[in-house]
Design a protein around this ligand. Sequence first.
Ligand code: RIB
Ligand code: CA
Length: 317
Amino acid sequence: MIYEKRKIIIDTDPGIDDAVALALALFSDKLDVKLISTVSGNVSLEKVTLNTLKLLNLFDKNIPVAKGSTRPLIKKAIDASDIHGETGMDGYDFKQVDESLIVKQHAVEAIRNVITENIANNSKITIVAIGPLTNIALAIRTYPEIIYGIEELVIMGGSLGRGNSGVLSEFNFDCDAEAAKIVFDTATESGMKVTVTPLDVGLKALVYPEESEQIKNMNIIGDMFYHLFKKYRGGSFGTGLKMYDSCAIAYILCPECFTIERTYVDIETTGTLTYGASIIDLRNYMKKPANARVCIDINENIFKQWFMKSIAEFNIN
Ligand code: RIB
Ligand code: CA
């Protein structure tokens, strides 16, 4: 039986954990990555776009890249260079890049074009958002008709409890809470299928030193991961590195890793102390209908088996 590959767009801010997630998606024979859009987040738009090109060159994958927002909708940009390094992907000497992969359209236009083309072919696109949601919010507000061409929006973001950027805010949502709120409000209003892999599952999706050593010796991409892991401060090399963004790809390729609940999600945008907090109402205190599916737990063993096997099986030319 010939399986049709699942068509996806990845919106990303590489980012060391983004780099791993991008590889897992691009080397999967179950996914057809139609577009990579970049967004200011971990580091500047220019840097995350350059990092995307560096990765595509190493992966030998010719995927169109569309540059998106240079900053959040309202607040000033923050960054995570303390976690990913000044370049956003410190630790490895990447070779030249192919800037011709960058399309002339802004990410919003490029996302719209890919979705519109697929609507015309009676097919839908899954969007995987592993950075701040600025591009996604702009796209669905500028071209609301594309909502009906989105099979599912899979988001790495938010937290069931405490944050990693603010006391109660996860980084992607802390970067641009207004964008995140637009996404969840749109899910409420339109029924757009949204699935979230929050911090809480990423905190359990850990790569330990012995696994890093195994990954290093798997192939040239594993070797690159190893060198990035030495610089990555999302956790620590010695006690476990948090593969936040890989959870979004794992949800698509290995859904059996996760325990999922449908619930109501909203985003705090006005609280001086709570800006960016994701209100994930598992006990229905707010009495609002569910607007999202949230991965509330992960089976670490199933995830790790999938993660290590996937990297070992990268089909590198
Ligand atoms: O909070 C984790 C998220 O913030 C991940 O997407 C990571 O890349 C950083 O951008
Ligand atoms: Ca990211």
